[in-house]
Design a protein around this ligand. Structure first.
Ligand code: SAM
Length: 185
């Protein structure tokens, strides 16, 4: 089993769903978590995490932490020498995600409320990895700027999954298939 598979095994989706949705945890599709938002499709999360290529000890930003599931999976991938900052715009999901994450006992990861009009956490950048689970229409430069040298970001933009890599001041963008996400607001 690879690192992503081990993270999925350690933190099953069920613990990140509202009680009424838990019996559907094995369904390979998005599930509602309230406020018209979703816990993402497991196959999509797994593809995104493999593209992100997270290593132990890294600093990771999780934009759109929602249920807290991706934050918990990322925390497992970086391990206790790493750090994960989840950021979420919907206040009640900040609470829901933070409670679900706390139950995993990984205090090197946390969830913060997004400041409306500010993307990501520019004051805590740079990050080695950025995962974005909501879709903008254009690649946001503000998030590219939060990537450190050698950093990678995985983000769905206008229906296409992008891998953004930053090295020596150069930004490279590659495309990795078609996906649908809730909008990045
Ligand atoms: C597909 S959902 C949640 C996926 C989440 N990673 C999970 O594991 O449950 C995407 C989330 O992005 C949030 N969101 C949208 N725009 C945002 C922004 N600008 N900053 C932070 N979160 C945002 C939504 O409120 C929603 O909870």
């Amino acid at each position: 089993m690879d690192a992503v598979g081990a993270a999925f095994a350690a933190w099953p989706r069920e613990g990140f769903l509202p009680r009424r949705e838990r019996r559907r945890a094995s369904y390979d599709g998005p599930l509602p978590i309230g406020h018209e938002q979703t816990n993402s499709q497991p196959r999509t999360v797994s593809a995104m995490l493999r593209l992100l290529d997270v290593r132990p000890g890294q600093r990771v930003l999780d934009v759109g932490s929602g249920s807290g599931w991706t934050t918990a999976l990322l925390a497992h991938l970086v391990g206790r020498s790493g750090l994960v900052d989840g950021v979420e715009l919907e206040p009640s999901l900040v609470e829901f995600g933070a409670a679900n994450l706390a139950a995993t006992g990984q205090p090197w990861a946390g969830i913060r409320a997004a400041t409306p009009g500010v993307l990501g956490l520019p004051d805590r950048a740079p990050y080695d990895r950025i995962l974005v689970s909501a879709e903008p229409r254009r690649l946001p430069e503000e998030l590219v700027d939060q990537l450190g040298d050698g950093g990678r970001m995985v983000i769905p933009v206008a229906g296409v999954m992008l891998l953004v890599m930053r090295k020596d001041g150069e930004t490279t963008v590659t495309e990795h298939g078609y996906y649908r996400f809730v909008p990045l607001r």
